[in-house]
Design a protein around this ligand. Structure first.
Ligand code: SF4
Ligand code: SF4
Ligand code: SF4
Length: 419
């Protein structure tokens, strides 16, 4: 197998195809701290793409309650177990080497096996096929927290306090990661799966697919799904007509996807980043997604050790136990939470951009405002400025303008009672 470079694990790894990168990559950042678990995203995707016969149990976007919930059931526990067994069989103790952090390896180097490296002699990818029953209950364990160990009936008398809650849960919102090295694509014997050059969206050619379900088995995130009525596999299409700017509302510029655009929690920011020929992101400090992922490093990939280089990034929840989060988002968790808790002036401004326009934002500018607050956070002075952030669309036009402090509008006296 050829060697390809995966910057999320800080090293080359084996993959069935040589490196070939799109010009731009579909990327999103999800802020777990703000999700209210309303499932509006889930409903929007279903109403748009999976409302037909044979798609009843198909949720391209789903929101599960961690640590117990998962769709299909126990997907991550099962994949982690398979990987653990492969490491034990190979006599390897997987470790992240943080001493090798660099521009090309921002989280350090992962010294362990990825899913293509851990595959058996007859497989391309280490994976498993969920049973039908595992797909049927997408929201098992909704809002179920871990038990508080000290109190009667598992209840705490003291309530919850940061930095880590003793009884905890959080929502994990998931779509296809439109991975740089998709294992669904790697495992397809029909070569029916492809990654688009223009935006890196991963699609299944419905004509070529014969429903062998190798992609379902090989995707560790279980985001490729089989449809019994058509006998082919389907997956999240990244709402490509909106990304192409063909949606009637789009005004000719790329728009955020349906699941992103409806989010009432304002937790999602979606866009396209420029990719160089070697697969690295072209330096763009004024691009909000480049800024969040590569400069501020507050948003992290989900299970980077799987080796697919996923392109959906998460701001980890500040109240959950750190070892659990490190396993899930890699070793960048502590720094990401520290930066999110006391954001820099620039980060605070960029965080305002989430879910404020349906247009994808390609560049931001900040106009400085006055100091409005000074408090102590974790023993250090933290200052808040009422800066204004401006987001520009693909054509360089102003798409949105927001201040850090939300403006207060007073209803005039003569309209006090009107709605
Ligand atoms: S998340 Fe799964 S289905 Fe989506 S591109 Fe990655 S491997 Fe393929
Ligand atoms: S990007 Fe579009 S197709 Fe994919 S999960 Fe979101 S709404 Fe569904
Ligand atoms: S719509 Fe937004 S807030 Fe609601 S569940 Fe989805 S990601 Fe969370």
């Amino acid at each position: 197998m050829p060697d390809v470079y995966n910057w999320q694990i800080g090293r080359t790894m084996t993959y069935p195809y040589p490196e070939a990168h799109p010009h731009r990559q579909f990327v999103a950042v999800f802020n777990i701290n703000r999700c209210i678990g309303c499932q509006t995203c889930t409903g929007a995707c279903k109403a748009t793409w999976t409302f037909s016969r044979g798609q009843e149990y198909m949720w391209w976007n789903n929101v599960e309650t961690k640590p117990y919930g998962s769709y299909p059931q126990h997907w991550d526990v099962k994949v982690l177990k398979l990987l653990d067994e492969a490491h034990q069989a190979a006599g390897i103790k997987p470790r992240w080497d943080r001493s090798q952090v660099s521009e090309q390896a921002p989280y350090g180097v992962y010294n362990g096996l990825t899913l293509t490296e851990a595959a058996g002699p007859n497989d391309v990818v280490l994976g498993y096929l969920p049973t039908d029953a595992e797909w049927r209950s997408p929201n098992f364990y909704e809002d179920t927290s871990t038990a508080y160990k000290g109190g009667a009936f598992g209840l705490s008398q003291d309530g919850a306090a940061l930095p880590e809650h003793q009884a905890w849960f959080f929502y994990l919102m998931r779509i296809c990661n439109h991975c740089t090295y998709p294992t669904c694509l790697a495992a397809c014997p029909r070569k029916a799966i492809y990654k688009r050059e223009e935006d890196g969206i991963v699609l299944i050619d419905q004509e070529r697919c014969r429903g062998y379900r190798k992609c379902v088995e090989a995707c560790p995130y279980k985001k490729s799904m089989y449809r019994g009525t058509t006998q082919v596999s389907e997956k999240c299409v990244g709402c490509y007509p909106r990304v192409e700017g063909d949606d009637p509302l789009s005004d000719g510029v790329p728009m955020e996807t349906r699941c992103m655009a409806v989010c009432p929690g304002k937790i999602r920011l979606n866009g396209l980043v420029e990719v160089a020929e070697d697969g690295s992101w072209v330096e763009a400090p004024q691009h909000p997604l480049y800024y969040l992922v590569r400069i501020a490093q507050v948003a992290l990939p989900l299970y980077p050790q799987f080796g697919t280089e996923p392109n959906i990034y998460y701001i980890p929840p500040r109240w959950a136990p750190r070892p659990y989060l490190r396993q899930m988002f890699g070793p960048g968790v502590d720094q990401a939470i520290e930066r999110y808790i006391a954001p820099s002036r620039e980060l605070l401004a960029v965080l305002q951009l989430f879910r404020t326009t349906q247009k994808m934002i390609f560049r931001f500018e900040i106009e400085e405002g006055p100091l409005v607050r000074e408090v102590e956070v974790n023993g250090k002075v933290w200052q808040m400025y009422n800066d204004t952030v401006i987001g520009f669309d693909a054509k360089g036009r102003e798409a949105v303008r927001l201040s850090v402090v939300e403006p207060l509008h007073e209803r005039p006296m003569e309209r006090l009672n009107s709605i």
